[in-house]
Write a protein of this length. Sequence first.
Length: 216
Amino acid sequence: MNPYASWLSSGDNAWQLTAATLVGLMSIPALAVLYGGLVQRKWAVNTMLMVFCTFCLTLVVWVLWAFKMGFGEPWIGGSLHLLGKPQPVVGASGEQAQASIPLLTGLMPKLRFPEGSLVYFQFVFAAITPILFIGSVIGRISFKVWLVFVPLWITFAYAVNAFLLWGGGFWAGKGALDFSGGYVIHLAAGVSGFVAAAVDGRGSSATVNTACPTTC
């Protein structure tokens, strides 16, 4: 008797996990080391800690509500499909069932790996997006403010963008395609970083303690 579900493909699942891990390594340690090398030596560890905490906070938000907001059942927008319904994806029932994106069911081949693999794969992309634009506020934002900002940004910016395109939402319904995150990740990170730097309005030489949790 086969102990595995008939829909499960070990090859598909292995590649999904491998690809997700490679993306995760771009955040930790790659971008953490990069940003740590861009700042003054006294800020290096704290800057790398900002990257690590961004990764961790995104994971918590992602499994508790944000994944379903980006890839779940429609919640806001009616037939326009603007946002998914926030729900957790924890426990065996939420992680071991066959992966699916409700609005894309029947429009794409069925996914042959568990929901947990899809959650992990999409999580690393969600995590790297705010990390990409940390560079625009290094030296100009406190550690405490960043810890509040990340969950809010993932919830109200990234999850919305993900649903509109990858989740089968409004833009996907209009025929928009995003195969490599050019809109959901790179454009969102670039615009957010530009706006953050513009709102702050200070040059990179501003005497702001980047991320020190004890003195900020």
